[in-house]
Design a protein around this ligand. Structure first.
Ligand SMILES: [Fe+2]
Length: 310
């Protein structure tokens, strides 16, 4: 396709799209929306409730991270601090902050929908990640459909199977119920079963729903984009996992089925919806604390502050 965002699509990729991981080439940088200059302007106006700035530990088997704030610094200063420090800035829901990114997001999914018959998406979202040299994102799983797009710098992405022992049903239920953030138990030996992608600028990877993954940056600043989406099928799986989480926790049901093709999907979808509407899970959910601020003058790019709830 002329002027397409994906530059190396092949028709056979449609046969098992979202069932297997797929590495593709893209032209996001040609939009000019992901240069340092453009991003620093975006950071300048980015609303507090829509970003996370995070620093993290070194031990891949012992995930520790801290949440910070960038208040008081310009986009340029924040990018400088990230370049010299050890953190990532995740700007969530960019499509709702700046319509230019919203337009691009729709172009991306319209293109995939054209390539893949029957692929119909909604609740599309885009995030932009600016991250320091050598930082890591710990082993975790995301709830919606996911892709990771590399624009600047290099990173190694490990993608693991979306089944036990890599992802136990209880773990995805916990994430969906908000009892834990996206983190799940990880062991080094899992790496033997991982697909490994060394992402370079102009490459993206899309993996099957809920596949756990972790990321290690090379020794350079990284600018990356995440896109997420829902389809009818993904929504059914979500409702089943949500209801299974409630059944397991509140009603002592052992090993509820994860299938979406049997009669139980309907009462499960109703249970999930009802429970959410009544907000019955409130009080069990994780609260993040902010305990550092960006400081481009400090050697680590950050400064400790008194902790407060976000
Ligand atoms: Fe992720």
């Amino acid at each position: 396709m002329k002027n397409s965002i994906i530059s190396d699509w092949k028709p056979q990729y449609a046969d098992n799209f979202s069932d297997v991981s797929l590495l593709l080439k893209h032209r996001l940088s040609a939009t000019g929306l992901f240069t340092k200059e453009r991003l620093s302007k975006l950071i300048d106006v980015y609303p507090t409730e829509k970003y996370n700035i995070t620093t993290m530990g070194y031990d891949v088997e012992n995930p520790l991270w801290r949440e910070g704030t960038k208040e008081g610094y310009s986009g340029n200063q924040v990018i400088d601090a990230i370049e010299q420090g050890r953190m990532w800035l995740n700007m969530r829901g960019v499509e709702s902050v700046d319509p230019e990114y919203g337009k691009l997001l729709n172009e991306i999914f319209d293109e995939f929908e054209e390539y893949v018959p029957g692929f119909e998406t909604f609740k599309r979202k885009m995030g932009i990640l600016v991250s320091s040299p050598k930082v890591q994102v710990f082993y975790h799983a995301d709830v919606p459909g996911q892709s990771l797009w590399q624009v600047e710098g290099k990173k190694r992405v490990y993608v693991y199977p979306n089944e036990a022992p890599f992802l136990k049903p209880e773990s995805i239920e916990s994430i969906i119920l908000g009892e834990t953030e996206e983190e799940i138990p990880y062991e080094r030996s899992f790496d033997d079963s991982a697909e490994v992608f060394d992402l370079k600028p102009g490459e993206m990877v899309h993996w099957p729903l809920n596949c756990p993954h972790r990321v290690e940056n090379e020794d350079c600043l990284n600018i990356s984009v995440t896109t997420e989406h829902w389809t009818n099928n993904l929504r059914k799986k979500y409702a089943v996992n949500y209801a299974n989480g409630i059944l397991r926790r509140k009603f002592g049901v052992q090993n509820p089925s994860q299938g979406t093709n049997n009669w139980s999907i309907y009462p499960k979808a109703a249970l999930a919806l009802g429970w959410r509407k009544l907000n019955l899970n409130k009080g069990k959910q994780v609260v993040r604390m902010v305990d550092f601020k960006v400081n481009p003058k400090s050697l680590t790019g950050i400064e400790d502050i008194e902790a407060y709830a976000k």
